[in-house]
Every structure is written in C-alpha cells, then in structure tokens.
Design a protein around this ligand. Sequence first.
Ligand SMILES: [Zn+2]
Length: 574
Amino acid sequence: MAADIDLLIRGGSVVDGTGAPARTADIAISDGHIVAIGKVEAAATRVIDADGAMVTPGFVDVHTHYDGQATWDERLQPSAQHGVTTVVMSNCGVGFAPVRRDHHEQLIELMEGVEDIPGAALHEGLAWDWESFPEYLDALERRPHDIDFGTQVPHGALRLFVMGERGANRLPATAEEIAEMGRLAAEAIEAGALGFTTSRTLNHRTSRGEPTPTLTASRDELVGIAAAIGRTGAGVLQVISDFPDFDDEWTTLRAMMRTSDRPLSVSLSQVAHSPTAYRTLLDLVSAANDEGLTMRAQVGSRAIGVLVGLTSSVNPVQPCPSYQAISHLPLDARVQRMAEPRTRSAILAELIGDPRSLATRLHRLYVLGDPPNYEPGPEDSVGSAAARAGRADAPHETLYDLLLAGGGTNLLYLPIFNYVDGNLDAVAEMLAHPHTIPGLGDGGAHVGAICDGSFPTTLIAHWGRDRTRGPRFEVPWLVRRQTHDTAEALGLHDRGVLAAGFKADLNVIDMDHLGLGLPRMVYDLPAGGKRLVQGATGYLHTIVAGTEIYRDGAATGQLPGRLVRGPQQPKEQA
Ligand SMILES: [Zn+2]
C-alpha cells in the first residue's frame, strides 16, 4: 500500500512556537509542509519516533552575514548545527550587491573590516557573476543549500553603486542619487530581498580603517530610501546606530517608519561606557509601538565577546616581539618554542611591560571551560585561576599556560557587550521586553574571534534549563522567541509555528542533552582562511521542508534549503 504521507514524527512533546505549553502529538508532513498535528494514523514513508523528545519549529535567525559563504558553500554552518532552518543575511548595511565591476575590491574591504571575514577568502570565493541585486539573487539561487536563507539590500553597497567614490567617502547624496538608491532598493525588494539594512556605528570600519560609507547618511537619504521601499508594500528596515545624539537619531528612525509604514529593527546591547542606556532605547521602542509604529530591538542571547587564544584573531601575546619572531611557525612548533624557558620568560616580560595588553584585564578574561560557560562568575576569571594556583602576583604566568593548553587551541572568553555587571541580568531584561527579538548572532561573520551563530542553542539551553545566576524563562516562550517571533518580524508567516499549512521546518530535540560544543578554529574557508566553528549536542533531527538535514549533529548531505524571496504565507489547506 502506498504511504499517505512522506514523514510522520510520532509522539513528541510538541512545543509549537506559539508559546503554548508542550503537548504530546504526532506531526504529519507531505510535500514539504505540515498537513496534520494530533493523533495521526496515516501510513508514512518514514517515521521518526520522537517519544521523550521535544519537537519545535526550526529556528529563524534574522541576523547573519552569510552573504559570501552562501555563494561558495552549501552548508550554512555554524547556524545549521544549532537548529536554525532559516537565516536572514546582509545585515548592518554590508553585502555584495548591487555592485559595479570596479567596486569588487571595495565591497570586500568593507565586509572584511566590518564583519571580520578574511578578504583572501572573499577574493577566492566570490564569483561576482552578478551586478544588480536581482542578478545576485539568481546567482545565490543556482546553488542548493542545507537551510533556507533570505537576503536584504545593504545600504553600503547601494551607496557605492550609485555614488561611487563620493559614496564611499561619506559625502551627502544629491536628490537624484537618493531617488536612484530608492529605486534600486525597491527593485531589490520586489525581486525578493526581505529588507534594507544600514549602519551608523563607528565600530564598523573597512579593512583600511575608514568608517563605513553609510555612517553619516542624512535623514533625507534614509527617509527617501525608506519611502521608496514603503511604496512596494513589503520589506523591513534594519539599523545599527551609536545614537550619538539620541533625539536626533530617533527623529530619523521615526521618519523612516512613518514615511514607509514598514517595520524597523535596531541592534541593542549593553555597553560599558553607558551601562543603563539600553533601558532608554527599550523605552523608546515601547513608545514607538504605543504610537502605532512597528519597531523592534534585536538583542543577543548572551554577551557578545571575543574568544581569545593563539589560534584566534585576538591573541594576547601577538604584540610581543619575541612572539612575533616565532608567529610564522605552525601551531605545534610555536607551542613547543613557547614552552622553552627562554622564550617563555622573554614573552612574559614583554607581556607584563605592555600597559595596553589584554593581560591587564585578567579579571574580565574567563576560562571558557568544557562545556563552554558563557555566564562565568568572578571565580572563573584568569585572575582567580592565578590566585588559586598561588600566583596572584604573577597572573600572566597563568594566562600563558592557559594559552598553551590543548596544544595551543585553548580559547578564553572576553565578554565585551552585555556583561558590564559580570552576569547576564541585562540580557534577561532585554529578552523579556515585549518588543525585542533574539538576533545579533552574526552567523558567518567575525569568524576569527567570535562564534555566536550558536546563540539559539544558548537561548533554549541556558535560559530554559541551565542558568543558575538569575531567573530563567519557560521553554515554550523561549522557543516562540526564536521561531514565531523572529519569522513574523521578517514577514515569513509560513514558518516558525507547527501547524497545518506551515512549512515543515522542525527540530527534534533531546532537551536533557541540548548543549554547546567547544568553539574551535578550522581552516576551511576559500584560500585556506580560518573560521571558528561550534557544534551542539541534543539536536536529534533537524528537518527543512520535510527533509532531514542533520541527524545527531551529523549532516545527512541533503540540501533542501532555498533562497526565500519576499514575504511568505502559509499554504492554504485543501
Ligand atoms: Zn551584523
């Protein structure tokens, strides 16, 4: 007898993405969609026994930078290993289309500088068989992927395309140039871009150290582009800003939302120089929603920091001349030399002598541990480890030994944003706010020192089960944040919920074993470029459009992921 359905996920504890409590149910899937949930008797081609496991919608990560990787790699790791079945890329105003032939180098320098993706890898990896944004979408679509991915039109590329050098040099756009950027942005949205993104932060610089082209774009320019997008009736707006003048910036953002009637999201984290400013912005987001605007803040699910070590781009001994003399050596030879007493004392003396060294912040630099602990306490700092080892007066020695651990692969954790208080209480507050969505993991970016594409695993495991240093959240609510709420924010109404008619993107999770693997450096980018990767445990099955892509952490080789063009609606039920 022929099977009635393609796949039956039987007897799982279904956490459906709406925030409703878990319920035991079967899920029937056919033609890439969910066809029934409840007690299902139909015959299936394949059955997954989910008894004792949690079944959730696939995670939707709205803030990634896979723009380069998606052109050369079928696997959007590390996201795909963390239950993510849809990523949205081209955030923060950087990306690779539209582009003129003679601007390839500049877009690479912008991406390399802003997002720490090796320029050599981008040079070798990008085929540049596109010019317009619609052509870029066609190029992306030619290659199948493990998970779905959506794009946005980046303001940096748009500015360079329309204004040339004047755009790169941050000169004001003329009325004609604003109109042309608006026209091209609308064209991109109509071809399937999910939004428009821009950066107004001094933290974003090209690899030459120049500020990002969009840093000082005028209100007229931003509002003009937003208005053109508004006329398409689709697309979201994404902004990262330093808010140098709070009221002035808010006037600009409000005008963008008002003229376009499109949703806008801003990046939000806690910063050391103004540890409570995030509350001011949260209040402003609430006020915007109160006046009928759709505004959200994107927030991290843990601190945003760097991983520090000999293999990382952030290496405390890198500035030391005695280290530089051996830094060309392969890792194992380097570690051997560093263990020799003479080299050791020379590097240590230089380390201690450098007042700007990372080694002056040993109470803020943490041993990551295995499994990695992203909410470390004071007792986990390198300084505390030194004190315990009776080396309180020589903590650099402890740092040095930690760098050499694991054959030189050991990584230490330096939280930068969201960890001013030495814990994640600020993150709890941001996550709990009604107008935030989880984001900022930057999957595919900052690959030399950050691996935050694993945020979704932290969100569910740490905040739902592991956290001991403060309140936790209910798992169904956390799941909703990373599924329904993120999908809805980008207009992807066909996913993020387990219900008939929705896309069959799901995770079957062993909640008892859900957790993070250790981040590690691999050298598999084009041109031998390095990137951090991080696995996870507990994802028993990850399914995209009814096809299993990961089983127990291993890729199945199936590539059902597709480019998502424009907003989506669930399938009508027959
Ligand atoms: Zn970003």
